[in-house]
Design a protein around this ligand. Structure first.
Ligand SMILES: Nc1ncnc2c1ncn2[C@@H]1O[C@H](COP(=O)(O)OP(=O)(O)OP(=O)(O)O)[C@@H](O)[C@H]1O
Ligand SMILES: O=c1ccn([C@@H]2O[C@H](COP(=O)(O)O)[C@@H](O)[C@H]2O)c(=O)[nH]1
Ligand SMILES: [Mg+2]
Length: 242
């Protein structure tokens, strides 16, 4: 069983007591439990490591806002494991799984794959990984996705990044991407933008209200954007074993 040990960034709350209070409210346990990294092992009668709750960052933003590009930079600099929900779904298509044709037509139309499918893929990817810090890129897309994830995984994300980018710029980037994606065409992009505004923005608002959202200006060069992302992760505290 995973246990949570990583604290939230001081950027989320400037005062220590407010931070601890937020954590208690958000996770429903005391601060000392959060910072504890070892448990008594009743079988061996000693102190042993236990698996800890992974530190999860959701990475959100419209199509072409730069989520995948910035995730690569975060992985290089901060050692996170990158799980792109879109990539997990595309892998299902290539592996001819039973859901492959449904996923393919959903992606072609710019619509959202049912939560049960996506959450299961994410859960499996987390559980089969040795990592304890994940970037979940492009998920949750809807409030229904978010609720399903939180129920199945049993935890909220620790923080949420939102790359805010004007539609014109996103469309330009997607149409220039040239990676052979079936959804990189003007009709699908228009639908994806609509779906983003209608279904994804409420998720972003939800995490903003919870004080977990880091809104990043997604315009400018990749380097400029990463310099806005860097302080978010540099300020995170990973006590002891992390
Ligand atoms: N700051 C930037 N300036 C110009 N082009 C960029 C920038 N960041 C990323 N790109 C390019 O824009 C395209 C889309 O970027 P990326 O794939 O990272 O977006 P995304 O948010 O993951 O999109 P999607 O939701 O469609 O997967 C890529 O071709 C990428 O190389
Ligand atoms: O949680 C998710 C993530 C993605 N999709 C579908 O995949 C495409 C492409 O996703 P990217 O994150 O842009 O790679 C997206 O438009 C959806 O159709 C999904 O249904 N659920
Ligand atoms: Mg992407």
């Amino acid at each position: 069983m995973w246990r949570r040990v990583a604290s939230l960034s001081p950027l989320v709350s400037s005062s220590k007591s407010r931070l601890l209070n937020q954590v208690q409210v958000a996770y429903g346990f005391n601060a000392w439990q959060m910072f504890s990294t070892q448990v008594l092992n009743p079988v061996e009668g000693g102190v042993s490591d236990s698996r800890r709750t992974p530190f999860v960052t959701f990475v959100l933003g419209g199509p072409g806002s730069g989520k995948g590009t910035q995730c690569t930079r975060i992985v290089e600099t901060f050692g996170f494991t990158h799980l792109s929900a879109g990539d997990l779904l595309r892998r299902e298509i290539s592996s001819n799984s039973e859901n492959g044709s449904m996923i393919l037509s959903t992606i072609k139309e710019g619509k959202i794959v049912p939560s049960v499918v996506t959450v299961q893929l994410i859960q499996k990817a987390i559980e089969t990984s040795d990592s304890d810090k994940f970037l979940i890129d492009g998920f949750p897309r809807t409030e229904e996705n978010r609720i399903a994830y939180e129920r199945v995984i049993g935890a909220e994300p620790d923080i949420v990044l939102f790359f805010d980018c004007p539609e014109e710029e996103m469309v330009k980037r997607v149409l220039n991407r040239n990676q052979g994606r079936i959804d990189d065409n003007i009709d699908t992009v228009k639908e994806r933008l609509k779906v983003f505004a209608e279904l994804n923005l409420p998720v972003i608002k939800h995490y903003s209200k919870k004080g977990k959202l880091y809104k990043i200006d997604g315009t400018g060069s990749e380097d400029e954007i990463f310099e806005r992302v860097r302080p978010v992760f540099a300020a995170l505290r990973y006590p002891v074993l992390f």
